[in-house]
Design a protein around this ligand. Structure first.
Ligand code: NI
Length: 659
């Protein structure tokens, strides 16, 4: 069953922008007379209200709504950042930001593709490869990065790669047209240069993943149905979701994609705050092949493309299973017109195995509870790759964030028989360069309130000696992270390193200060040289943890405008001040992800690879908060009747013996 949000009431300062609000914001900007018709809107989003306003808001109170816009007025490298008040239809700010590029615009990407296809140098390069039907070529504009090339200066440029698709259904990435890069001025739709590093034979295979090309399809999978005859256990009002003790607000930003606000846990009739806001603040995909065709390749898929801009409508296919609730997302096109993406955010419940269990060996009494999680997710298709962003909420107070990586790898054509050092051969004449996917999630925590302190916790062997005579002891070494520079940290699986966020002014029933810990996964950091172009631009990815004092305009780990940026913006710039982060309103920035050494099994479409982290309560509660979860009915989990209590190993073995 599918429930749809037909209307989203504007009932809260953090309600998602409506189409009417987008129209109104653009009208206010246009009425100033400062914009030509040719102006394009690279971003229209909610300018979020201050924390005090959110905390003090009462239902029914008048709403003060502000909209932030990034406007492109010409082909030069500059944007206008504006903030509009909808309440009194006024312009609150209007700033020209020089030497800055917006994210790649869709309209300009089309302009670049058409310009390149009409370019005689590009056509000649295709001709040298025996390609005469230019309609059969797929062109992918890539963010150009920042390499100090003369034509980067003062322009919005892209680097275009070409792929052969002999039929519209072909997988373009199966047949990269190796050796050809088109540099295009996107603002002017003008080809600057076509680089041809030499002909490489086209890979011979089509790389189809469509069922009609696979051969025999499995016929022995029986149906697996998820049914909730009484409906789901969550409620939705506007963008407020309540499920079990959890409450949160769900939103979508053009760049960050899925955004969670005001995540709290109800405890004894009181909502205890955990997160004020959580989102993916940036991500980078740096490639590890040094050649002229691939050495420059990296993509900041938040800031250069936008996870909300590229979000899927989950109407097609089968992205979520069970009793689904979908949120629509009203985005805007580059002319400032609202556009509704139906079913952009999916929400449902999933069974997740056992939550807790014990068999009392003396009485035979078994207690077991099923784990269940609330899943809030969205999927973005950024060129060849799909990224699924999943937030999970569990019955025991745990929060998990998981990214599912799938789609098609970026490929390179190779000479027959070649074995490249920095890429994996995945099909005849085809390789996939080594690369990384590094995500940065911004966690604006408020564990029982805004005044929080972050500690690093490592488990280490205790020194041998009179206090440790058997040499078995180990310590949990707790180190406070007091300033921003102290808090630039790496994961350390050997010490089970985690980062604990403590509120010293709130204690549990045992007198301990309440906390949540960030438990990282086995995650890498950036492998590129920190002084390389991508190393400077993706400095956030050189550390697994950063902590900053809350500042409302510090939202994106690589800065607001990473496209063609020379680097240093975002986290490295802010944290250079080495501000204090002790006992204050802190923000955690966690970099995590995968280093992808491609496998043949990742071709032609990649089975999902997972990465992420968890946020786990530590003394936030007095005991296991999920004792009150009822046992599941239906008899599947009950102690089988007629069996004697188990008291020793012999009897346990007896019980297993077939009768
Ligand atoms: Ni990958």
């Amino acid at each position: 069953m599918t429930v749809r949000t037909d209307a989203r009431p504007l009932d809260h300062p953090l309600a998602m922008l409506s189409g009417a609000e987008i129209i109104e914001a653009v009208a206010v900007v246009r009425e100033t007379g400062r914009l030509e018709d040719s102006a394009r809107f690279a971003y229209i989003g909610l300018h979020e209200p201050g924390k005090e306003m959110v905390r003090s808001f009462q239902a029914g109170q008048a709403l003060e709504r502000h909209v932030r816009l990034v406007i492109v007025v010409g082909p030069e490298a500059g944007v206008i950042e504006a903030v509009v008040s909808l309440s009194d239809r006024s312009l609150l700010s209007w700033t020209l930001v020089d030497d800055t590029r917006p994210a790649l615009l869709i309209e300009e990407s089309m302009l670049a593709i058409n310009a390149l296809k009409a370019d005689p140098d590009w056509q000649a390069a295709m001709g040298r490869r025996g390609i005469e039907d230019f309609d059969s070529v797929q062109i992918d504009p890539w963010p150009a990065g920042s390499f100090g090339a003369p034509h980067e200066e003062g322009r919005r440029i892209c680097r275009c790669l070409s792929y052969l698709r002999e039929t519209p259904e072909d997988n373009g990435y199966a047949r990269p047209i190796e050796g050809v890069i088109g540099f295009v001025d996107m603002g002017r739709g003008k080809v600057l240069e076509v680089l041809d590093t030499g002909v490489v034979p086209l890979a011979p295979e089509r790389g189809s993943y469509y069922p009609e090309d696979i051969g025999e399809i499995r016929s022995d999978l029986k149906p697996l149905a998820i049914t909730q005859p009484e409906g789901p256990s969550f409620t939705v009002e506007g963008n407020l979701v309540c499920w079990q003790r959890w409450s949160l607000r769900v939103a979508m930003d053009p760049f960050e994609g899925l955004v969670l606000h005001t995540v709290g846990y109800e405890d004894s009739g009181r909502v205890r705050p955990v997160l004020h806001r959580a989102s993916v603040s940036e991500m980078v995909v740096p490639y590890g092949d040094p050649g002229p065709m691939h050495g420059w390749k990296n993509a900041f898929d938040v800031g250069e493309w936008g996870l909300g801009r590229m979000a899927n409508s989950l109407t097609l296919g089968c992205d979520c299973l069970g009793e689904i609730f979908y949120f629509d997302y009203v985005s805007s096109d580059e002319r400032g017109r609202p556009h509704t993406l139906a079913n952009a955010i999916c929400m449902h419940e999933e069974d997740y195995g056992i939550l807790w269990k014990h068999v009392d060996l003396h009485t035979g009494r078994t207690e077991v509870r099923r784990s269940r999680r609330l899943v809030v997710s969205s999927i973005a298709t950024v060129g060849n790759y799909e990224y699924g962003f999943y937030w999970y909420f569990y019955l025991d107070g745990t929060i998990q964030m998981e990214v599912k990586l799938t789609g098609i790898m970026s490929t390179m054509g190779i000479e027959p028989g070649a074995s490249p050092r920095h890429a994996t051969v995945i099909a005849p004449g085809l390789a996939a360069p080594f690369h990384q996917h590094l995500f940065n999630v911004r966690l604006d925590v408020e564990i029982d309130g805004p005044a929080n302190t972050v500690y690093e916790v490592d488990t280490r062997p205790s020194p041998a000696g009179p206090e440790n005579p058997w040499g078995n002891a180990f310590d949990a070494v707790v180190t406070p992270l007091k300033t921003e520079l102290e808090a630039q940290r790496m994961v350390d699986p050997a010490t089970s390193r985690c980062w604990k966020v403590v509120n010293h002014s709130s204690t549990n029933g045992l007198g301990q200060p309440v906390a949540f810990k960030l438990v990282p996964g086995p995650t890498p950091t950036l492998l590129a040289d920190p002084e390389s172009s991508v190393g400077r631009r993706a400095r956030f990815a050189t550390r697994n943890l950063w902590v900053t004092p809350y500042a409302p305009d510090e939202l994106r780990a690589a800065g607001n405008h990473p496209n063609q940026h020379r680097g240093g913006d975002g986290l490295p710039r802010w944290t250079a001040a080495d501000r204090s982060i002790a006992d204050t309103d802190v923000v955690l920035w966690h970099t995590f992800g995968v280093t992808h050494i491609p496998r043949p099994e990742d071709w032609p479409v990649m089975p999902v690879e997972y990465t992420g982290f968890t946020l786990v309560p530590v003394g936030f509660f007095d005991r296991n908060p999920a004792l009150d979860v009822p046992a599941t009915g239906g008899g599947h989990c009950a102690t089988p009747p007629g069996l004697p209590p188990v008291t020793d190993d012999v009897q346990r073995r007896d019980r297993r013996r077939p009768r």
